[in-house]
Every structure is written in structure tokens, then in C-alpha cells.
Design a protein around this ligand. Structure first.
Ligand code: FAD
Length: 416
């Protein structure tokens, strides 16, 4: 594919991020013993990712295009409801399988992985957790088949890290709620049909800050979404504002009890941080694959650059960080599966993976020298995608606050 001549006589193909068989890439098996089912999910997604996503990933990024065809393929393969029980149309797979899906998508396109996670985890799975039996049967089958896409809307122009300080209001009138306000930075906001929206129904000093959760469906009177915001990375994932102007939501679309939405939103964060850790892991794996192949083909001073010890040091660091990221993410995913509290583990995993990912993708650019800075080689896209992970789902600063709070708590120390 290359017009450039970085590696004479080479077959270098940055489009897939896949290492050829002769290059041993770090793998999930090096870290955890995967079940047969987890391996099958991983291999299925890998084939869709390499076959359908890799060839178009550069175009998606350049044109800020949503990979609608890939989502159809994921739906047909039964993956859009990966962690939702089979009785509602989901795959009933383990949380570790979900991490692996994120890895395999992100290895080729971070934006597609982000939109997948917004649909399958913070969208569909949060709805599953909060919904009544009737709501589960009404909403989940279409979300699991991919016929409809989901989104999750908490952030507003005036509240991000201070998530519970939201201003969107919902007032009960007869058999419906009337929503007024706006949301911002909502992943899938322009393509989702079924959106879990947090709005205030009670005073801020009541339990869980008086916040309730609703399912807003596209087409409801008074609901609209903005144009996708132009972004530095994750450009295959549409990020939009949402507007509620006397938006009418039937009372049967209230999730849980009135005033329970703050709790439902916070409860989903540990799951989000654990499963989304697969995204930076996939980006690191993609960067490592490209760097391994390039440094084993490029020669300078009459020698393969992979033979220089300073180059090897960077490869060693990326590989070690990838291994540690997997240890943290897989450990949190297994504990989540077992119903254990993972607040600390999820924040360890999210924080370490996001910061490692930014460093690893920058190092991978360095390993390719000038070619790393050229779009055609694909590694700069991974770096632009990587930066979002330090911001979305709770910034690195917020993760450190959570970790410190948990550490003091576990030590039985009171800082008040
Ligand atoms: C591409 C993208 C997709 C997103 N998708 C979604 C989505 O689907 N749904 C959704 O609801 N939201 C989404 N978000 C929003 C995201 O979760 C927020 O951007 C994030 O939580 C940070 O909030 P903020 O941008 O308002 O930054 P702020 O909260 O204003 O933070 C600005 C800076 O101040 C720091 N800071 C804030 N408070 C503290 C503190 N107490 N101590 C130390 N430092 C602090 C932060 O760490 C940061 O460095 C998305 C954002 C982006 C960019």
C-alpha cells in the first residue's frame, strides 16, 4: 500500500495492525487462561476486525465516518448484546469476553471500539441492569441484534467530572415526564435510537441527588441531537450534543424508581471502566504489532534497527505495559463476573491502561521515526485515539482521587 520507501523490498502493511506469523505478538493467552467460549468470541471478532474494519479504518478516521456495515456484521454475529443474557437476545458471554471484543476492535480502529462500548456496555448493559422485566423484553432484543443502537447520556455542558451536579430537569405531568435541558459529548448521540438519560426529578440534597434515569427514544417530541463534534481522535465514533425541549417521555420509560438514577449511573461506572480497559489494550497491541514489524525490516547503519538496544528498550517497555494492562483488566473482569466489588481494581485498570496507551503509542511513533509521523503508517491515528481514554469515563485525576479514597477507606482511616 505504501508510496513511501521506508522499508525497501518490504511487505509492510500498516492497515491491519496485525503482526505476521513470524512476529510473536503479546497475546491474551500469555496473561490469562481463556475459556473455550472466550477464545471463540475473540477469534470471531478478530476476523471481523481484520476482514471488515482494518481495510476501511484510515478512511473512517479521515472522513469521520461511522462503521455502520461493521456494526451490522457484529449484530449478525450475535455480539451487540455480548454481556446480556441470552433470554433477551444477548450472547450471555463473560465480562472478560467483552474486554477481548474491545481489544480486537481497537487494534484496528479505536473509534469503532468506543462506539461499540457505548452501545453494548454503558448503553444496553446499563439498561438491562436498571430495567423492569417488561422494559427488558421491550428494549433489549433490538439492541442485542443491532437493529437499534444505544447511548448513555450523563455529561452536560456545565458538569463533567462533577457528574451528579446535572441541570437537565424532568417534571411529572400526568402519565409522562417533561424533560428540559441538554447533554454534551454523547457517544453515538447522532446514531442511537435508545438513550439512557439522567435528569433531575428531585432536590439536589435528596438521596442520590434527586436524579432519575429515563429511556429516551429517537422520535420522541422535543428530542433532537446535534451534528457530530469534530475531534482529534476517535473520529469513527460520532460525539454529539442532545437537546430536550419539553421532551415528552412516557412514565413507563422511567428506569428503576424515581430518584434512583444517580445510583444507577454510579453503579455502572465500575463495569464501564473495567470493560473499556480493553480499548487502550487494543490500541497498544496495534501499535506494538506495527512497531515490531517495522523495526525488524528497517535498516540503518547497515543493521536492522530492532537490533539497536535503545530501540529494544522501547519495545520492551511497550510489551511489558501491555502485559500489566491485561493483568489488571482481566483481574477486574473476573472479579466483576464473580460479583465482587471492583471499584479499586476498575480504576487501577482504567488509569494504568489509559496512561500506558498514550505513552506506548507515542513510543511506537518514535520507533518508526519520520514514517511514524506520516498518516499512511497508521500509528499516529492510534496515538490520537489513545488520548481520549485519559479523559472519558472519568479523567486520570478523578481515577487517582477514587483510588486514594478507596485506599484510605480500606485502611480504616477517616480524612474528615
Ligand atoms: C469523545 C468523548 C466521548 C464521550 N462520551 C460520553 C458519553 O457517551 N456519555 C457521557 O455522559 N459522557 C461522555 N463523555 C464525557 C466525559 O465523560 C467527560 O468529558 C469527562 O468526564 C470529563 O468531564 P469534562 O470534560 O467536563 O472535564 P472537567 O470535569 O471540566 O475537567 C477539566 C479538568 O479538570 C480536572 N478536574 C476536575 N475536577 C477535578 C478534581 N476534583 N480534582 C482534580 N482535577 C479535577 C479534570 O481531571 C480535567 O483535567 C465523552 C467525552 C468525550 C471527549
Amino acid at each position: 500500500m505504501s508510496n513511501s520507501s521506508a522499508t525497501q523490498n518490504s511487505t509492510f502493511d500498516s492497515a491491519t495492525g496485525s503482526a505476521p506469523a513470524s512476529v510473536p505478538a503479546a497475546s491474551a493467552e500469555q496473561v490469562a487462561s481463556l475459556t473455550e467460549a472466550e477464545r471463540s468470541v475473540r477469534d470471531l471478532v478478530a476476523s471481523i476486525s481484520d476482514g471488515e474494519l482494518a481495510p476501511i479504518a484510515e478512511r473512517l478516521d479521515r472522513n469521520e465516518e461511522f462503521a455502520a456495515g461493521v456494526f451490522q456484521k457484529l449484530g449478525a454475529a450475535g455480539l451487540m448484546g455480548i454481556v446480556i443474557p441470552e433470554e433477551y437476545g444477548g450472547a450471555g458471554a463473560s465480562f472478560l469476553s467483552a474486554v477481548l471484543v474491545m481489544e480486537e476492535l481497537a487494534r484496528n480502529c479505536g473509534g469503532t471500539a468506543l462506539s461499540f462500548g457505548a452501545h453494548a456496555f454503558i448503553g444496553a448493559y446499563n439498561i438491562y441492569k436498571a430495567a423492569s422485566e417488561e422494559q427488558r423484553r421491550r428494549f433489549l432484543p433490538d439492541l442485542c441484534s443491532g437493529k437499534k443502537l444505544a447511548a448513555w447520556a450523563l455529561t452536560e455542558p456545565g458538569n463533567g467530572s462533577d457528574a451528579m451536579n446535572l441541570q437537565t430537569r424532568a417534571v411529572k405531568k400526568g402519565d409522562r415526564y417533561i424533560l428540559n435541558g441538554s447533554k454534551t459529548f454523547i457517544t453515538n448521540g447522532s446514531v442511537a435510537d435508545t438513550i439512557m438519560v439522567m435528569a433531575r426529578t428531585g432536590p439536589a440534597d435528596s438521596a442520590h441527588k434527586g436524579i432519575s434515569a429515563f429511556i429516551v427514544e429517537r422520535g420522541f417530541p422535543g428530542f433532537s441531537s446535534g451534528q457530530p463534534m469534530e475531534k482529534m481522535g476517535m473520529r469513527a465514533s460520532p460525539t454529539t450534543e442532545l437537546f430536550f425541549e419539553d421532551c415528552e417521555v412516557p412514565e413507563e420509560n422511567l428506569l428503576g424508581a424515581e430518584g434512583q438514577g444517580g445510583y444507577l449511573a454510579l453503579q455502572g461506572l465500575d463495569m464501564e471502566r473495567t470493560l473499556f480497559s480493553g480499548l487502550p489494550i487494543g490500541l497498544i497491541q496495534g501499535a506494538l504489532n506495527i512497531a515490531l514489524k517495522y523495526t525488524s525490516e528497517r535498516s540503518q547503519f547497515g543493521k536492522k534497527i530492532g537490533g539497536f538496544q535503545l530501540v529494544q528498550a522501547m519495545v520492551a517497555d511497550i510489551s511489558m505495559q501491555l502485559y500489566i494492562c491485561r493483568l489488571l483488566a482481566y483481574d477486574a473482569a473476573r472479579k466483576l463476573e464473580a460479583g465482587q466489588n471492583v471499584t479499586l481494581g476498575a480504576s487501577y485498570s482504567k488509569l494504568y491502561a489509559s496512561e500506558s496507551c498514550v505513552k506506548a503509542t507515542l513510543d511506537a511513533i518514535q520507533l518508526l521515526g519520520g514514517y511514524g509521523y506520516i498518516r499512511e503508517y497508521g500509528v499516529e491515528r492510534l496515538m490520537r485515539d489513545a488520548k481520549l481514554i485519559e479523559i472519558g469515563g472519568g479523567t486520570s485525576q478523578i481515577q487517582r482521587l477514587i483510588i486514594a479514597r478507596e485506599v484510605y477507606k480500606q485502611a480504616g482511616l477517616d480524612l474528615r
